[in-house]
Design a protein around this ligand. Structure first.
Ligand SMILES: CC(C)(COP(=O)(O)OP(=O)(O)OC[C@H]1O[C@@H](n2cnc3c(N)ncnc32)[C@H](O)[C@@H]1OP(=O)(O)O)[C@@H](O)C(=O)NCCC(=O)NCCS
Length: 194
């Protein structure tokens, strides 16, 4: 998802999203690379909407995902979201482990159209991030499953996303979760002189 490519339809942020509970593989020692010696255990991951109390955790995840924007820009966007004034995202889902640690996010919108999609209300994965120490354990998968349900609940029949061409991990994860690649876009800009 490329932040800033804002083609989202202005749709009121609505309603409640019920928390979804998933079991995810979780290594006992978070930072270790997977190896034959690592013992994966099943832990419960809850996917739930962000609340005002999550502002600091959301800021950390957002800044890690999009470091090109300043912390104060992220903070302002978060404030707009909780004030109900954000055009995008329309919803923010957080993944939390059993101890209440926030491990990842999915920022969502509904776009009037998206590359390769045919409908005019496309649920869109605007941001997707899992903290490095919790990756490859199903947290990203659980976030996407809950995001898909969010889209279905709003009448969407398609789910769109994008990533930078060189983000091979993201591409692999999208494909593993059932997305098919529908194109790549080059973006251009030209200043219009008065
Ligand atoms: C992309 C991202 C959100 C995936 O989160 P995750 O919690 O690691 O994802 P999951 O563990 O649920 O993985 C789901 C599937 O994606 C694939 N996948 C995930 N990471 C992968 C990797 N490093 N290499 C190859 N495949 C990978 C696997 O098929 C995996 O299933 P498996 O582990 O059962 O084989 C995470 O890597 C991330 O935050 N990356 C940095 C930010 C980013 O690039 N976001 C996407 C921008 S569009």
């Amino acid at each position: 998802m490329s932040k800033g490519s804002n083609r989202s339809k202005r749709t009121p942020r609505s309603g409640s999203i019920s928390p979804n509970v998933y079991s995810a593989k979780h290594g006992k020692s978070g930072g270790l690379a997977a190896s034959e010696h690592e013992t994966a255990t099943l832990v419960t991951i809850t996917i739930r909407p962000a609340t005002r109390r999550d502002a600091a955790a959301w800021l950390r995840l957002r800044y890690a995902l999009w470091p090109d924007a300043s912390e104060s820009e992220h903070r302002a966007e978060i404030a707009r979201f909780f004030a109900g004034q954000a055009r995008e995202p329309l919803a923010v889902l957080l993944a939390e482990d059993g101890a209440g640690a926030v491990l990842g996010l999915a920022e969502l919108s509904i776009r009037a159209g998206a590359e390769g999609c045919t409908s005019d209300r496309v649920a869109y994965l605007e941001g997707w991030f899992v903290v490095p120490e919790a990756r490859r354990r199903g947290v990203g998968r659980a976030l996407v499953a809950a995001a898909e349900q969010w889209g279905r609940d709003r009448g969407c029949t398609e789910f769109g996303s994008d990533t930078q061409p060189d983000n091979l991990v993201s591409a692999a994860a999208h494909r593993a979760l059932g997305f098919s690649e529908v194109g790549s876009v080059r973006c251009f800009r030209k200043a219009l002189q008065g």
